[in-house]
Design a protein around this ligand. Structure first.
Ligand SMILES: Cc1cc2nc3c(=O)[nH]c(=O)nc-3n(C[C@H](O)[C@H](O)[C@H](O)COP(=O)(O)O)c2cc1C
Ligand SMILES: C=C(O[C@@H]1CC(C(=O)O)=C[C@@H](OP(=O)(O)O)[C@H]1O)C(=O)O
Length: 383
């Protein structure tokens, strides 16, 4: 099967998270160290709560690999939860605002928010990062790199020119930055903002950006709605808990400008420039997507995350039994998780790109994928 599908199972405070990824070709060398490194990045970023000090997140491979190489069978991964107290944790007597609690209780017609929140928790995103850590090893073998950075936190934006300034050094900056941010001068203001929110018993949201480079043109499809990569990527990013908006390239700004200031002129690439085919775009306002397909320019997605809904100061809600207004239950929580969410965003884009890559190039083994890719690469030069 030459597409890529994935699923996860596991509650936030259950024994473990399980993930299954189907569709990796056989014969791929799979590094678990690489997966663990991505998992460690997801725990970085100032503003996370008590759980961050507890969990270590080391991946265990249960199936799909022999002697360090994929078998072409489903890959099954496991992540143990250090906090596995699901059987003893109390059942909140009220639904917490901003969470899945109330809609979930109404969906299943009960008064047990724990039955909902255990799965609605963003703990599950650790497994997405692990699965993407495997999937991205495939596209990286073909020159595709995906990385993300925080661009705004609690209303404080990175410098407008940070994008250009970061340039080719963006990945290096990302690794250096405590916030996984694009602009190191934001470190102190963001830290202050988080400290202020902590003191005010409040929480913060923000914006992050995911960039993919080295992407061949023509991934996705114009031909059917569900295959348009624009929608698939937006859906994948919005499937992360707490995400409220996605834009590509100019995004919402493109609604305000005339067409001459939105669309990207086409020119010849020149013999020495990197890329595929003879052409390139003079600008990349489209953010690397046209007609539901990749253009070969960097894919640029910006994602808005709402503030963490569990506030230490508490929000008003209603007690299920008494019907009285009460303050929502608080146990522990992050003040902000935008940097962590950016790593999850990176994972979602990597999974979606790996899926569309499998759809386009097929092949049961890595050698076959390579043959198909090279054949396309030669032909696209003739367009
Ligand atoms: C990486 C990450 C960490 C999160 N940590 C917390 C947290 O500590 N406390 C909390 O209340 N919400 C946290 N959230 C957000 C909630 O999971 C989310 O808002 C909730 O499940 C409701 O889903 P919705 O916002 O998509 O409607 C986190 C989200 C992400 C992506
Ligand atoms: C466990 C993770 O994030 C959790 C996401 C989360 C939520 O409500 O979404 C609430 C917190 O968990 P707890 O209620 O156990 O303190 C976060 O720590 C993780 O990112 O791995």
């Amino acid at each position: 099967m030459a597409t890529l599908t994935w699923t996860t199972a596991g509650e936030s405070h259950g024994p473990a998270l399980i993930g299954v990824l189907e569709g990796l070709p056989a014969g791929m060398e799979l590094s678990t160290e690489r997966i663990d490194a991505e998992l460690a990045r997801r725990w970085r970023g100032y503003g996370r709560g008590g759980r961050a000090k507890l969990e270590t997140d080391r991946v265990e491979v249960l199936a799909g690999v022999r002697a360090g190489r994929t078998l072409g069978s489903p890959l099954c991964l496991r992540l143990a939860n250090r906090d596995d107290s699901i059987e003893t944790l109390p059942v909140p007597s009220n639904p917490r605002p901003g969470h899945a609690d109330l809609a979930g209780c109404q969906k299943f017609t009960h008064r047990d928010p724990r039955a909902i929140l255990e799965r609605a928790s963003a703990r599950e995103t650790a497994m997405r990062v692990a699965l993407a850590g495997a999937a991205r090893q495939l596209i990286e073998a073909f020159g595709v790199e995906v990385f993300a950075h925080t661009v705004e936190l609690g209303g404080v934006a990175a410098a407008a020119d940070a994008y250009e300034r970061a340039g080719d050094g963006r990945q290096r900056l990302r690794e250096r930055s405590e916030f996984l941010g694009v602009d190191p001068t934001c470190e102190e203001p963001w830290k202050r903002r988080v400290d202020e929110a902590l003191e005010a018993l409040d929480t913060l949201g923000g914006l992050f950006e995911v960039v993919a480079t080295g992407v061949p043109p023509g991934l996705g499809s114009h031909a059917s709605g569900p295959e348009r990569l624009t929608g698939r990527l937006a859906g994948a990013l919005l499937s992360i808990p707490a995400m409220k908006g996605v834009e590509f390239g100019l995004g919402f700004e493109s609604a305000r400008r005339p067409g001459s200031e939105v669309h990207d002129a086409i020119e010849l690439r020149g013999p020495d420039a990197d890329g595929y085919g003879r052409f390139r775009r003079r600008t990349n306002r489209a953010g690397g997507l046209e007609g539901g397909m990749t253009t070969g320019e960097p894919l640029v997605a910006r994602v808005a995350m709402k503030p963490i809904p569990t506030l230490r100061r508490g929000l008003d809600t209603v007690d299920f039994e008494t019907g009285e207004t009460v303050r929502a239950t608080y146990q522990r929580s992050d003040v902000t998780s935008v940097p962590a969410a950016s790593v999850v965003g990176e994972a979602m884009v990597a999974l979606e790109l790996a899926r569309s890559f499998r759809d386009k190039f097929g092949g049961d083994s890595l050698d076959q994928v390579r043959d198909n890719f090279e054949a396309w690469r030669r032909r696209v030069e003739e367009v």
